[in-house]
Design a protein around this ligand. Structure first.
Ligand code: B12
Length: 230
């Protein structure tokens, strides 16, 4: 019998308490997956991530511990702290979105969850909107069947006529050619940027009508903006 369902059950039990969920599973042919620590390649990758502000309570508690003060990348460190022991107990290889060489997390999410890119570049989910992200992924030598239903058959941005996300950015950093990160960062350093996007979150992301009830809590929005400004 396949060990897949047991692995997924153990993962869900170990990580759900931290607000990290199994977001979907990608399957690979022989030799096509990312490298595992033993030098072979993965047959499946389980994507792990947050839905809305799900990680914020557990992460905030961890961050307040004296030994975690003053870290330069606390969210990445926390993700590794909770995901690595689970990877090791399951004999999996852990990948993290922040670690170069970057693994193609967005390509994996498109395949595993049926997500599509929004005009902002980040992927949109029909229920969670733009309010989700990835905290890690686990590579396995065995095939694991994807038990997560694909998110949708129709792209929510195709149904959105107004596309307020494209016009909401005060410095037009959202362009058809991609995201203008230097224009965004320069604006964040101005008084208008500090009073607007820095405190309350990216205006373009905030204005999206999809999944508005999953919007991150204000402290999390400010945390991500501070990281983006670095
Ligand atoms: C480098 C990087 C950045 C850079 C450059 C981003 C850029 N737009 O070029 C900077 C620092 C600017 C950045 C900013 C942000 N990022 Co960023 N970033 C990354 C990182 C580390 C690598 C991306 C990469 O180049 N991958 C390499 C390629 C090969 O991987 P890939 O999956 O195959 O790439 C596909 C996607 O890029 C996709 N794609 C991307 N944009 C578009 C646009 C269209 C129209 C289409 C069709 C496809 C598409 O097509 C590629 C080919 O399949 C990823 C994590 C990761 N490892 O993926 C996070 C990641 C993409 N970022 C993420 C987020 C949330 C953000 C911010 C919102 C963070 C914030 N603090 O607010 C901003 C948003 C900026 C924006 N509007 O794009 C999330 C996106 C989650 C999601 N819902 O999709 C990721 C996955 C990190 C995570 N932990 O979840 N980011």
């Amino acid at each position: 019998m396949s060990r897949g369902p047991v692995i997924l059950e153990q993962l869900r039990a170990a990580l759900g308490v931290h607000g990290v969920f199994v977001r979907g599973i990608v399957s690979f042919g022989e030799g096509e997956g990312p490298l595992l620590t033993d030098g072979t390649t993965a047959r499946s990758v389980v994507l792990l991530g947050n839905i809305g502000g799900s990680i914020w309570p557990a992460f905030s508690r961890w961050r307040q511990l004296p030994e975690n003060a003053g870290r330069s990348h606390p969210l990445d460190d926390w993700s590794k702290t909770i995901i690595r022991p689970v990877a090791s107990s399951l004999g999996a290889t852990a990948y993290f979105p922040s670690d170069p060489p970057w693994q193609p997390f967005q390509r994996w999410a498109i395949e595993a969850e049926g997500l599509r890119a929004s005009p902002l570049g980040i992927l949109i989910h029909p229920v969670y909107g733009l309010w989700h992200g990835y905290r890690g992924a686990l590579g396995f030598a065995q095939a694991i069947e994807n038990d997560v239903l694909p998110a949708f058959s129709q792209h929510p941005c195709d149904l959105c006529v107004e596309k307020p996300c494209v016009t909401a950015c005060p410095v037009e950093a959202v362009t058809a050619a991609g995201f203008d990160i230097s224009g965004c960062r320069s604006h964040l350093r101005t008084r208008e940027g500090r009073d607007g996007c820095m405190g309350g979150g990216c205006l373009a992301r905030n204005v999206c009508p999809v999944g508005a009830s999953y919007r991150y809590p204000v402290e999390q929005l400010a945390f991500h903006m501070a990281a983006l400004q670095l």
